[in-house]
Design a binder for this molecule. Structure first.
Ligand code: AMP
Length: 190
């Protein structure tokens, strides 16, 4: 069982690269953003709560996010591997993920960080906003999301680095080259 975290800022290419990895390996993919957007679309209670945070570019509270993640993860088992895209985003989420996986007799195999400059992230997200239909891909919310990323999520890179799990990958270049760099790391997992 491989548990692979694709880590990076909004617009760093986590979703795109996760889709390519799922095509190549027999892995499942958890995008917490997609899970929340599906709840919003279905107008559930959870969706209404999530929307109030997402529209402001803020994070959904950890306790809620952790329970959603555990339920989603269990729904995908058994499988050969899971790609986590957009989770964890805080240190409490990372701690909860370690606990959740160890309770299931497994652990995080690698954290692949896609590195992209803020200027390029903003450019990509504004471009994506033209077609994504995502309410949070607008200039104001993008700035809020990047600030949240730097304050609350980026410290996780050092946290995983201390645990020997972080691999930094250049997130700028062709999709194929970036994907090849990610695959090389995944293949190391054996
Ligand atoms: P994403 O599609 O990953 O960019 O996520 C879109 C939005 O969903 C984020 O800006 C957050 O408001 C929310 N979200 C997604 N994943 C998480 C998470 N792990 N923790 C808290 N909020 C999240």
């Amino acid at each position: 069982m491989k548990n692979i975290i694709i880590f990076g800022a909004p617009g760093s290419g986590k979703g795109t690269q996760s889709d390519l990895l799922v095509e190549k390996y027999a892995f499942r993919h958890i995008s917490t953003g997609d899970v929340l957007r599906a709840e919003i679309k279905n107008d559930t209670q959870l969706g209404r709560t999530a929307k109030s945070y997402i529209d402001k570019g803020q994070l959904i509270p950890d306790s809620l996010m952790i329970s959603i993640l555990a339920a989603t993860y269990d729904s995908l088992l058994p499988c050969e591997g899971v790609i986590f895209d957009g989770f964890p985003r805080t240190i409490p989420q990372a701690e909860a993920l370690q606990d959740m996986l160890s309770q299931r007799g497994t652990n995080v195999g690698v954290v692949l960080e896609l590195q992209v400059s803020d200027d390029l992230l903003t450019e990509r997200l504004l471009l994506r906003g033209k077609t994504s239909g995502r309410a949070d891909d607008n200039a104001e919310t993008i700035q809020a999301r990047l600030a949240v990323y730097h304050n609350q999520t980026a410290p996780l890179a050092a946290w995983y680095d201390e645990r020997g799990l972080l691999v930094r990958v250049n997130g700028v270049g062709s999709l194929e080259d970036i994907n090849a760099a990610l695959c090389a790391e995944i293949n190391h997992l054996g």
